[in-house]
Design a protein around this ligand. Structure first.
Ligand SMILES: [Zn+2]
Length: 453
């Protein structure tokens, strides 16, 4: 702070010397006195800051989900923005520790949403086409700000946001605003625009003579693929998303978009930068190509067969099933859940999800939230249980598994010393009833409390 001022005064003095004038006139003395005073104040403030005591918070719940198993008799000590201790209270508490009693509650690592679109809102409010074509970027950002807050307050302290769907690189700006504390929101792992094969995505133009803006970056050929990957990285993408198939067949059916070599080309371009590639894929062939290309997660995966899931297991490719998106879309189309018979697509989805579980595929928790309401992220966790996954495994999926699969296991996802203090408390035991995951009582992100009991 004071360094540029000192450089300034030094330059003034040497300038005076060169000109052969009096080195220090009374006005120089006065300036030096003022600067010295400022510098001294700055120094004192810096020392005072350095000596300021670390902030400790002790959380005392009934039980702690450590990211893998449920623990009883545990407490968690936070030091500033990190976890200092997690376990039985066998240590001496530092002086001045703030103690928060969480009677009847369960402490968990902050939940991680594996598949969000903060720049979309439910399609029963406005169709996807109309959001992409008719809503201004300002409106979409205004909505995204609300979505970010709702997500955080629902206990999701991190999101992997898989594409702005036409809002360009605005996820990068939103992420920065959250990091700077301008608005409350989750940590964001952003994909920016996502990559689609030219002519396969939407919105579809009503006339072949009119080119419409698209919901993702269109590419054709290897050069454009490289350019898109590198440009998205340059603009701030943490992860690259590619559509390995899409509904562009002669009858509107989903078919593979990129060839095996093209997918490998994308992965090659991205992985040398240390970034992972995720693929939207719902056909068996699209999934197979994605898995063989070295993609880290497959999104949706509805058409997964035994052969494909075995391949995913072998290649260590995780499945992000997005059960809630399918459930929501069927209801938007008129399905009255609980009254009407189950639509075929839901029955099929249950079967493929159960097959993936049986074959030991790693399952991420990601609902494609945005298709349904932000803040209602727990809907995916409830459906995972409803479709046959063990409740404790669903909790694991939304914390340590997502953290590991996305490459953030050394920062978040577990209740472990030195990880970031992203922690939530819910009423009751969510491993006994997943619905308890909605009863959010405490939200802490980076050691900062956003909600208290
Ligand atoms: Zn999506």
């Amino acid at each position: 702070m004071s360094l540029p001022i000192f450089i300034g005064i030094t330059q003034t003095l040497s300038f005076s010397k060169r000109k052969g004038r009096t080195l220090l006139c009374p006005c120089h003395y006065s300036i030096i006195m003022k600067i010295s005073f400022l510098f001294l104040s700055f120094l004192i403030a810096t020392i005072a800051n350095a000596q300021q005591a670390d902030k400790y918070i002790l959380l005392k719940p009934d039980r702690v989900f450590d990211g893998e198993t449920m623990q009883t008799g545990w407490v968690v000590l936070i030091k500033n923005n990190k976890i200092e201790q997690a376990g039985a209270l066998m240590f001496k508490l530092p002086a001045g520790t703030e103690i928060i009693e969480l009677k009847g509650m369960t402490l968990l690592p902050g939940l991680i949403e594996g598949h969000s679109h903060l720049f979309l809102h439910p399609y029963n409010e406005t169709s996807w086409d109309d959001q992409v074509l008719k809503e201004s970027r300002a409106e979409r950002t205004a909505r995204a700000v609300n979505h970010a807050k709702a997500t955080l307050m629902a206990g999701f302290t991190t999101v992997r946001d898989l594409g702005t769907e036409g809002a360009m690189y605005d996820d990068v700006g939103l992420k920065k605003a959250i990091e700077k504390g301008v608005i409350p929101g989750p940590r964001m792992i952003v994909a920016t625009r996502a990559i689609v094969a030219k002519g396969t995505y939407g919105p579809k133009s009503p006339s072949p003579d009119v080119e419409l803006p698209q919901g993702a970056e269109e590419v054709a050929g290897f050069d454009e693929l490289s350019k898109a990957v590198r440009s998205q990285i340059g603009h701030g993408a943490d992860v690259i998303k590619v559509y390995a198939d899409y509904r562009y067949g002669p009858n509107g059916e989903a078919l593979p978009t990129f060839s095996q070599l093209e997918l490998e080309w994308i992965v090659g371009n991205a992985t040398s930068s240390g970034r992972k590639v995720v693929a939207h894929a719902s056909t068996a062939e699209g999934m197979k190509r994605a898995a063989n290309a070295g993609i880290s997660t497959i999104e949706h995966g509805d058409g997964g067969t035994e052969e494909v899931f075995k391949l995913m297991k072998e290649k260590n490719v995780a499945l992000c099933p997005t059960l809630a998106a399918g459930d929501a879309i069927q209801q938007y189309r008129g399905w009255k859940k609980g009254t009407d018979p189950e639509p075929q697509s839901i029955t099929n989805k249950k079967k493929s999800f159960q097959l993936a579980l049986k074959l030991g595929v790693t399952i991420c928790m990601g609902g494609d939230v945005g298709v349904f309401t932000h803040g209602d992220n727990a809907r995916e966790m409830e459906l995972m249980v409803e479709y046959g996954m063990k409740t404790i495994d669903v909790l694991k999926s939304a914390t340590s598994t997502n953290a590991d699969v996305f490459g953030y296991g050394n920062k978040i996802g577990r209740m472990k010393k030195d990880l970031l203090a992203d922690i939530i408390a819910v009423e009751g035991d969510p491993s006994a009833d997943i619905k308890n995951i909605r009863k959010i009582k405490l939200v802490m992100k980076d050691g900062m409390i956003y909600k208290t009991p």
